[in-house]
Design a protein around this ligand. Structure first.
Ligand code: MG
Ligand code: ZN
Length: 224
């Protein structure tokens, strides 16, 4: 039965790519820049995003979609930033698909947004196969995880544009092997930009926002 299983999977991914393409066209037409975040569960996507939204809200029109298997807890946390937030409860599905993003956007007027963030379900495996129509994909790795995560999950690092090490404030306490983590990322994805951040102390937030603003400016000027 394996060939048939593969057929079904190929069809699902093809359908997803089609929806993702049309989403990206909509985002481009509306002039909204879309950033997605992927990581394993508990790596700190929501904390990182909450901090990001809080700062960006002063200068940009921002909103977020957040995926989880169950609960609206993360949407409630993100909404504390004051930005519009919608939860996507995926039930048994362990990743977001483009169609879920499409449905969740609902009546949101995209042309009234500058940046839309999409926090994926905590999972380092299947999110790598699903294009969500985003322009920039961040993969987060926390200091509390093994430094060899990039070696174990190379595909997700290969589909991401930027790596973010989170919880840098805990690095010493958990004996985070920083050189090993950086070497692992470099071996999987040579030249990948790596940001080291702490949502607690806000360390590393400024370089991240600078990269984001640079991308937004490139877009405005039609370079990217
Ligand atoms: Mg979360
Ligand atoms: Zn999945």
């Amino acid at each position: 039965m394996l060939p048939r299983m593969l057929d079904v999977r190929t069809k699902i991914l093809k359908d997803n790519d089609r929806v993702a393409r049309s989403l990206r066209e909509r985002f481009d037409a509306a002039g909204v820049f879309v950033v997605s975040l992927v990581s394993s569960p508990g790596a700190g996507k929501t904390a990182f995003l909450q901090k990001t939204l809080t700062v960006l809200r002063e200068r940009y029109r921002v909103a977020a979609l957040v995926g989880d298997l169950a609960t609206e807890n993360d949407a409630n946390r993100l909404a504390q930033s004051g930005a519009p937030v919608r939860q996507i409860v995926t039930g048994t599905v362990c990743h977001l698909e483009a169609a879920m993003v499409d449905t969740a956007l609902g009546d949101w007027r995209l042309e009234e947004l500058d940046i839309l963030f999409i926090e994926n379900v905590g999972n380092l495996v299947c999110p790598s196969s699903y294009d969500l129509g985003e322009h920039l994909r961040l993969v987060l790795l926390s200091t509390t995880e093994g430094a060899d995560k990039p070696l174990k999950y190379p595909t997700i690092f290969n589909t991401a544009d930027l790596a973010v090490i989170t919880k840098s404030d805990l690095a010493v306490a958990v004996e985070f092997d920083r050189p090993a983590a950086l070497a692992a990322i470099e071996s999987v994805r040579p030249g990948m930009t790596v940001l080291e951040t702490s949502a607690k102390s806000a360390d590393g937030l400024a370089p991240w926002l600078a990269i984001l603003e640079e991308r937004l400016a490139e877009r405005e000027s039609g370079v990217a």
